[in-house]
Design a protein. Structure first.
Length: 94
């Protein structure tokens, strides 16, 4: 699978073009999984439709976030999908 990232180019508020890149999803997932947060934390990304795009657990890839532990933060994620921005979550296991 390919993940496309693109941004409009504006000059004086007027659209003049687009810049973008195509990245293999498995390559993106490998790179995201090299980042660590504290001892056992990890980084993940969600697609605009809520699919898990990158995650350290391969079995979660391409599942909808609402079918994972992330369902507990669905309110915050839905706001994110509607308005853009970023969200940070914390979860703890036994």
């Amino acid at each position: 699978m390919i993940y496309t990232i693109s941004f409009p180019i504006l000059r004086d508020g007027r659209f003049v073009g687009v810049v973008g890149a195509d990245i293999k999803l498995d390559t993106l997932n490998q790179r995201m999984n090299t980042g660590k947060i504290l001892d056992d934390g990890y980084i993940y990304t969600l697609s605009p439709n809520g699919a898990v795009a990158t995650h350290s657990k391969d079995e979660l890839l391409m599942t909808h976030y609402s079918d994972t532990w992330m369902a507990g933060v669905s309110e915050e994620l839905e706001v994110l999908f509607q308005n853009g921005g970023e969200v940070a979550t914390q979860a703890y296991s036994d």
